[in-house]
Design a binder for this molecule. Structure first.
Ligand SMILES: *Cc1c(COP(=O)(O)O)cnc(C)c1O
Length: 395
């Protein structure tokens, strides 16, 4: 079950098939049991006070959550992982564990939107000040560090617009100033980027997305290195935000096929993104694996693959027409669903709302449509997108 078992030297799909696996502890059954538990019984009162028993109460973990967490430790190379009830909780729990009244927090401006709400609302109320920085800042983050800056939060590629970040350069500056670095690694998954290998202390996943993979589970994971693990664990046990047993089990189950699903998402998405470059009605394609994308060199240097969401910018010069054109595109789609989230087997489209940006400003060429490319056939998806573009053109 530990992160240093010999599977860590094998290929990624081998690791995904066996990570967190301990059949001998469960009579040889291939999968761990789904342990539904609050109370754990002790053999006697001495053991009860000794802290010698591995499991003591449901909120602290069960064999089911341990199986998921140890799989994530193997994949992320982390000291410890917690599983929490949503991707959003995987952001707020480590923030609450590492920040105190009077502290300063730096957050990338292309951050997942609800992170911003948490900073502006609850964190501000608790006396933590947040500033936003340009995703392309790199080592220039030096100028924004204050003596009380305790955490630098990164996310690459950025939400909706996919800006890349120079994670190692940012981590080096943050550490020189005694701050921790967290990263929302949901887009890449540990298959395509391992943040802790690049200087990040806390790697966050909305495991709702590719690990769960079927649009039926809300769950998050937080994987930390030795330095950050005590704060993450303390916050987790103080807040009582433990993931549910069935969701933990299903997410571990999802990890087993995540490699083959992601290979398909990657291939289809790249084919569609490339095909849309230069198509009439599309001003820009925002996808880090495209050579035309401004952050492409960083992606190529640090990432080993790309996943299944990207955005197109419709060619609509008149800002007053953005919403009408975007809605015409979306309403003409027959295969793509209109809905939030991503990482499932089905394709989805949304008109990205970028009104919260303060530094990384939205493209001026037109409305941003985010596409999650599912496991359907590429030809069908292209036909659907062409339908959307045609409707946008005549709207
Ligand atoms: C979806 C998402 C989250 C939040 O996950 P939920 O499980 O929906 O709360 C966090 N970060 C990123 C980058 C996401 O895309």
């Amino acid at each position: 079950m530990s992160k240093d078992n010999n599977t860590s030297k094998t290929g990624i799909n081998t690791r995904l098939a066996h990570a967190g696996h301990d059949p001998r502890s469960f009579h040889g059954f291939v999968n761990p049991p789904v342990v539904h538990a609050s109370t754990v019984l002790f053999p006697d009162s001495a053991t009860m006070v000794s802290r010698d028993q591995k499991y003591t109460y449901g909120t602290y973990g069960t064999p089911t959550t341990d199986a998921l967490n140890s799989a994530m430790n193997e994949l992320e190379g982390s000291e410890g992982t917690i599983a929490v009830p949503s991707g959003l909780a995987a952001i707020t729990v480590p923030f609450l564990g590492t920040l105190s009244a009077g502290d300063h927090l730096l957050v990338v401006d292309s951050v997942y939107g609800p992170t911003r709400n948490f900073c502006a609302g609850m964190l501000a109320r608790l006396g933590v000040e947040t500033s936003y920085y340009d995703p392309s800042i790199g080592a220039g983050i030096e100028a924004l560090m204050r003596p009380n800056t305790k955490l630098v939060h990164t996310e690459a590629p950025g939400s909706n617009t996919f800006e890349m970040q120079d994670i190692p350069a940012i981590a080096e500056v943050a550490h020189a100033h005694g701050a921790l670095v967290s990263m929302d690694n949901t887009w890449a998954t540990p298959l395509f980027f391992r943040p802790l290998d690049h200087g990040v202390d806390i790697s966050i996943h909305a495991a709702t997305k590719y690990p769960a993979g079927h649009s039926d589970i809300l769950i998050g994971t937080v994987s930390a290195n030795k330095l950050a693990w005590p704060a993450v664990w303390n916050s987790f046990t103080s807040l009582g935000v433990c993931a549910a047993p069935d969701d933990s089990y299903m997410t571990l189950r999802g990890l087993r096929t995540m490699g083959i699903r992601l290979a398909r998402h990657q291939e289809s998405t790249l084919a569609i993104a490339r095909a849309l470059e230069g198509v009439a009605g599309v001003a820009k394609v925002l996808h880090p694996a495209l050579e035309s994308f401004p952050g492409h060199a960083l992606w190529k240097r640090d990432f080993s693959g790309s996943s299944g969401i990207f955005s197109i910018v419709l060619d609509v010069a008149d800002a007053a027409r953005h919403q009408t054109k975007a809605h015409a595109f979306l309403d003409a789609l027959e295969i793509f669903g209109l809905g939030y989230s991503w990482g499932g087997y089905e394709s989805l489209a949304v008109h990205a709302n970028l009104s919260d940006r303060t530094v990384a400003m939205p493209p001026k060429e037109g409305p941003v449509i985010r596409l999650q490319i599912g496991l359907e056939d590429v030809d069908d998806l292209m036909t659907d997108i062409e339908r959307g573009l045609k409707a946008a053109k005549s709207a």
